[in-house]
Ligand binder design. Structure first.
Ligand code: ATP
Length: 273
């Protein structure tokens, strides 16, 4: 966590800032395998996830997309039967090293799930939950974090007059943006999104897509989506997974216009999946 005064949220709203051209790697995944008990779900996954870009993970149901994204923040370890091999480096550090603290990873890597999952608390309490857990107590600082995070999630204008109302009173799309605000409040570097719009109507989906585009100036984003048009609209790079393998991983324009692998072409043209 950064101190509130040096918060990165200030720059979220500055849409005139030019994109950073130099592409650095935030996650380096190499030869990564994962099993649930005896069933192997991921095979030799190798991919570098770039910093300050949107990386889409696409592929048919059951191909390992969620498993992969949950490996990136070690959430997948909560399944007792899971075994893994290979390496995942975040910011050049092996996240499975005994020395690596999972709490540090979770502070740097936020996650947004398929169904909006606000806590049964007020809008305000939802957003400041993480910072409070990290020991921030001053009301002024928490107020500032709440405002910046809600602005960052493009929700402030809609909720600024009802911050102390229950979050369940928000629409599904607003609840999802609240979950994004809750994620921004811990000031992560990476945001993992697992089908964040699949439960939303088209207007709410468009808002989240616009938001993702804005957020990539300050965050590295990996997004699992079933929606190929969405991947094509919002991502810089796309990985196509099939049966636990990365079949193709390239710039989104290239993958959708001129894929190298016949299986990618079949999938994006709707021949299966
Ligand atoms: N908790 C679990 N225990 C056992 N097997 C699991 C578990 N979660 C996923 N799997 C298996 O791992 C494989 C990959 O599942 P995963 O959920 O990662 O795929 P997905 O591509 O995200 O699918 P979908 O698009 O349907 O969400 C599947 O065969 C699935 O049955």
């Amino acid at each position: 966590m950064q101190a509130a005064s040096e918060s990165k949220h200030v720059s979220i709203l500055n849409t005139n800032e030019p994109d950073k051209e130099e592409t650095k790697t935030i996650y380096a995944v190499d030869n990564f395998n994962l099993w649930y008990g005896d069933n192997q779900a991921l095979y030799d996954v190798k991919m570098d996830i770039p910093m300050n870009k949107v990386t889409a993970i696409i592929g048919p149901s059951g191909c390992g997309k969620s498993t992969f994204i949950k490996a990136l923040n070690r959430l997948v370890e909560l399944v007792p039967s899971v075994k893994m091999s290979g390496s995942i480096k975040y910011d050049d550090k092996d996240i499975f090293s005994p020395k690596y603290k999972v709490e540090d990873l979770r502070t740097n890597v936020g996650m947004v799930f398929q169904n909006p999952n606000p806590f049964p608390k007020s809008i305000y309490e939802n957003v400041i939950y993480g910072p409070k857990t990290h020991g921030i107590k001053k009301k002024k600082v928490l107020d500032e974090i709440a405002e910046k995070s809600l602005k960052g999630a493009a929700l402030w204008d809609e909720v600024k007059d009802r911050l102390h109302e229950n979050a369940f009173g928000l629409s599904g799309g607003q609840q999802q943006r609240l979950c994004i605000a809750r994620c921004l409040a811990i000031e992560p570097d990476v945001i993992l999104m697992d089908e964040p719009t699949s439960a939303l109507d088209p207007i709410s989906t468009t808002k989240i897509e616009e938001l993702v585009q804005n957020l990539k100036k300050d965050y590295s984003i990996a997004i699992v989506t079933h929606n190929m048009q969405q991947a094509a609209r919002i991502s810089d790079k796309t990985a196509f997974f099939l049966n636990g393998e990365v079949i193709e991983y390239s710039n989104t324009d290239k993958l959708f216009s001129n894929p190298d692998d016949k299986r990618t072409e079949d999938y994006i043209t709707g021949r299966f999946g």
